[in-house]
Design a protein around this ligand. Structure first.
Ligand code: ATP
Length: 317
């Protein structure tokens, strides 16, 4: 497993469609991205902003109109799609794992062990012979996640993986992602529900096919104070010296694409609004609550992202 250097990168990628009657549709319009081992990247944005297209490009099943996709030949990339049924090939759980692991050069016993382990990790307690048609939408999604995990991927790309999961299963998935990223798997998690992005290392926000923000969750959800900005820029310089990440803008602390030479943070920190607010996206409940408290002059130096962090800040205050 390579460390620190990007394991997968995109350079100025464009995906354009010619739509009869309305000209060219730019699903992706010059997107650059570098992902390193063990990184957890959330991709967020409104409907139609290009998130799924980006996932399709990273997974390698969509053609590029222009730009570069750089992926080492032996990298194992797995995807979990938005609609679980679109991904299922087998009739039974056993068969599904058979298809998912068939190309790996591992013994039958190893495949069985991986199947058992993956089902246990996602909390699916059905026998291998269980018919997939009998599973609920959420269970099918867990099965897709399990088959992806069983391949021990270097990169795991999930498009709205929690859409059909109940809160317990979603928490479990967050915990699974924390574990696999700490073991070196890079995870890309695409979501509309920004609560799900609060644990990630980095958020990339899409708008009309372009990356308009690339930076930390904290600076995505909260307007940056001068002090936060300095800390962010210092950390970013360290990342750049290690060959990872994107150069951050001096003004905003959000990402600037070096490859294309253009600012990828079309968002300026105007009027004390966070990038999330400027994009018109719904911030997590914790962030909304804290912003209201800040308006009332409370919790001025806090920037909680998770409910437990907010509870701690409130208790301290
Ligand atoms: N095959 C296609 N032909 C024409 N336009 C397309 C095609 N596929 C995607 N698009 C357009 O490209 C844009 C980006 O689509 P994409 O599905 O990547 O967005 P998204 O952010 O994933 O949206 P959602 O959150 O609704 O899933 C949209 O405007 C979509 O209509």
């Amino acid at each position: 497993m390579q460390d620190k250097l990007p394991i997968i990168s995109l350079k100025d990628v464009r995906v354009h469609y010619t739509v009869e009657g309305s000209g060219v549709k730019k699903a992706l319009d010059g997107v650059s991205l570098a992902l390193k081992a063990g990184e957890w990247l959330s991709i967020v944005g409104a409907n139609g902003s290009g998130k799924s297209t980006l996932a399709g490009i990273l997974l390698g099943f969509m053609p590029l109109s222009s730009g570069e996709r750089n992926v080492p030949e032996n990298l194992i990339i797995r995807g979990v799609l938005q609609q679980p049924d679109a991904q299922v090939l087998g009739d039974t759980i056993e068969e599904e794992f058979h298809f998912a692991l068939s190309h790996l050069h591992i013994t039958r016993l190893e495949k069985e062990n991986r199947r058992r382990e993956a089902l246990q990790i996602v909390g699916l307690h059905h026998p291998p012979t269980a018919a997939i048609a009998q599973l609920s939408g959420g269970q099918k999604q867990l099965l897709n996640i399990a088959t992806a995990l069983a391949a021990r991927p270097d990169v795991l790309i999930m498009d709205e993986p929690a859409a059909m999961l109940d809160p317990d299963a979603r928490d479990r998935l967050e915990h699974i992602v924390q574990t696999v990223t700490s073991n070196g798997t890079a995870v890309i998690w695409i979501t509309h529900h920004l609560e799900e992005a609060t644990l990630s290392d980095r958020i990339m926000a899409m708008n009309k096919g372009r990356c308009v923000y690339d930076g930390t969750p904290m600076s995505f959800f909260y307007p940056l104070s001068e002090r936060n900005k300095k800390d962010l820029l210092k950390r970013n310089e360290k990342h750049l010296s290690e060959g990872i990440g994107t150069r951050l803008s001096e003004e905003t602390g959000a990402g600037v694409s070096e490859e294309s030479g253009t600012r990828s943070d079309a968002l300026q920190q105007k009027g004390g609004q966070s990038p999330c607010e400027q994009l018109g996206l719904e911030p997590p409940f914790t962030v909304k609550t804290c912003l209201i408290l800040k308006q009332q002059g409370k919790l001025q130096h806090a920037a909680p992202l998770r409910p437990e962090q907010l509870a701690r800040e409130v208790a301290r205050w």
